[in-house]
Design a protein around this ligand. Structure first.
Ligand code: NAP
Length: 171
């Protein structure tokens, strides 16, 4: 079981623009059966964690309701109840323990944002980073991982518009 940060990213290291737009990402061409694409990745995942702004983006934009995977949204806000989503302000170590319990041996996906991923790393709980780099720069926005994290490049691939990298965290 691995804890994985899987995300799309601009070439200059942002996962969203300042106004939380992902148009630079969703407008790109990707082969959903190709290397490091979401459908195969998703099958490995037993539980997800994300921050409040990422959850708000899903509520605002995702036509497909968030799937049946157990999900923890780390927040201080009051959100409306939603299927298997738990809202919590617990420490990430406690969240990770709960995720592990329900994931049934499958991997854990830290969806983002970068600061939350950094909190998992600070707690020694981040194993891998998978990034799909879109061919664009946006100048500013939500940073991909605002920490010093040493990584080892394990795999690279092109998937149509995207340069994809899979990294393991060096401890
Ligand atoms: N490119 C991609 O594939 C991709 C992937 C993921 C996300 N995104 C986008 O990137 C942006 C990420 O936004 P973001 O950087 O602001 O990150 P975020 O993690 O989605 O949201 C940050 C907020 O989550 C809450 N939070 C985080 N850690 C917490 C903790 N330990 N305890 C309690 N609350 C905590 C805080 O809000 P409160 O205190 O107000 O609750 C914090 O301001 C979003 O627009 C999202 O849609 C893109």
């Amino acid at each position: 079981m691995a804890t994985i940060y899987y995300t799309g990213c601009t070439l200059d290291g942002f996962i969203a623009t300042d106004d939380h737009s992902l148009d630079w990402l969703t407008s790109r061409d990707i082969d959903q059966d190709g290397p490091m694409a979401y459908p195969a990745f998703s099958e490995r995942i037993g539980a997800c964690a994300m921050g409040a702004n990422t959850w708000q983006w899903i509520l605002d934009h995702d036509e497909d309701p968030w799937g049946p995977k157990p999900t923890w949204v780390v927040t201080h806000r009051e959100f409306a109840p939603f299927q298997q989503v738990r809202f919590t302000d617990a420490e990430v170590a406690a969240v990770h323990a709960e995720m592990t319990e329900v994931a049934d041996g499958k991997d854990l996906w830290v969806v983002g944002g970068g600061e939350l991923v950094g909190q998992f790393h600070d707690a020694g709980l981040l194993d891998e980073v998978w990034v799909q780099y879109a061919p664009v720069t946006v100048g500013s926005g939500a940073p991909v991982l605002p920490r010093h994290v040493e990584l080892r490049l394990e795999e690279v691939a092109r998937n149509r518009d995207f340069m994809c990298g899979r990294y393991s965290v060096v401890r």
